[in-house]
Design a protein around this ligand. Structure first.
Ligand code: GLV
Length: 319
């Protein structure tokens, strides 16, 4: 029997799977596990199931000890995991691709609708008890039909968002490190362009690339200035891909029309200007937050742990 440390609350289905084969030490308090407690608990662990709020770095791997075999991150993004540090110690790192694709694309599209149709603004107005009545020019937004969605990062989530855009009558352009399956590009009628062209032609820019040194502040003041003044920016990937201060400035000065954000540069903090601007929809990192999806993510992480501890390969290794 090996010892598995789980760094935060996860659905029971995943814990049941782990407990059937191993001793499980799961942090289940409503507050996040602190760094000190985390370092103490991982000592002697054979496997760690980590949440994206925990930093898995050399210090933590060393605190765990040389018997550690696998770190299973319960997220598709793994910017919280130092993958080379894992590799250097022979620790397998895994993530949870695939199972959260549709849920995250749903939130991306929800934010597109919230921003372009001013839904948050309308809701705030009603909740504030502001007098209103139907009016020809009351809270007019922008239609999506016939407009262009620019997808930055055309992996599974980007493609799923593009598929939703197509159903809404939008054209799709995308920027991607690699070619995508030509059959999918054809199905979506999606054209590959570079980032400069994407920013210039898109009415909505939706970010779906991974975060890393190469994508830090990929969208900054210059990129925002290159967008149409009528365009919207949506980010459901990772906050630091966008320079949040530059975005707040662009939103308040009319450089772009609006934005929808599920992720923030310094979560859980939010740039104070974003809290006061009417033309940005903000939600608290809910991309994968459905019962079904979170269960599937945690179960996949558990399966990764079990596969490695049985001596096999991880199901969804990183890299
Ligand atoms: C969520 O943000 C994830 O990366 O899964």
């Amino acid at each position: 029997m090996s010892r598995v440390v789980v760094t935060g609350a996860v659905p029971e289905a995943a814990l049941d799977k782990l407990r059937a084969e191993h001793e499980v030490d799961a942090w289940s308090e409503p507050v996040s596990i602190g760094r000190e407690e985390l370092l103490r608990r991982v000592a002697g662990a054979d496997a760690v199931v980590s949440l994206l709020t925990e930093r898995i770095d050399g210090e933590l791997l060393d605190a765990a000890g040389p018997q550690l075999k696998v770190v299973a991150n319960v997220a598709v993004g793994y910017d919280n995991v130092d993958v080379p540090a894992c590799a250097a110690r022979g620790v397998v790192a895994s993530n949870t691709p695939g199972v959260l694709t549709e849920a995250t694309a749903d939130i991306a599209f929800g934010l597109i609708l919230m921003a372009t149709r001013r839904l948050g603004e309308g809701e705030r107005l009603l909740r504030a008890g502001t007098p209103w009545k139907w009016g020809m020019f009351f809270l007019l937004g922008s239609s999506l039909q016939g407009k262009t969605l620019g997808v930055v990062g055309m992996g599974g989530i980007g493609q799923a968002t593009a598929r939703r855009a197509k159903a809404f009558g939008m054209d799709v352009v995308y920027q991607s490190r690699g070619e995508i399956d030509p059959a999918i590009a054809q199905e979506l009628g999606a054209r590959r362009v570079d980032l400069d062209e994407l920013l210039k032609v898109s009415d909505v820019v939706s970010i779906h690339c991974p975060y890393g040194p190469g994508t830090h502040h990929l969208i900054g003041a210059g990129q925002l200035a290159a967008m149409k003044s009528t365009a919207f920016l949506v980010n459901t990937a990772r906050g630091p891909i966008v320079d949040e201060a530059a975005l707040a400035e662009a939103l308040s000065t009319g450089v772009i029309a609006g934005a929808g954000l599920d992720v923030f540069e310094k979560e859980p903090q939010i740039h104070p200007a974003l809290l006061t601007l009417e033309n940005v929809a903000i939600v608290p990192h809910l991309g994968s937050a459905t019962v079904e999806t979170r269960t599937a993510m945690a179960v996949l992480a558990a399966e990764n742990v079990l596969a490695v501890l049985r001596g096999g390969d991880a199901v969804t290794p990183i890299g």
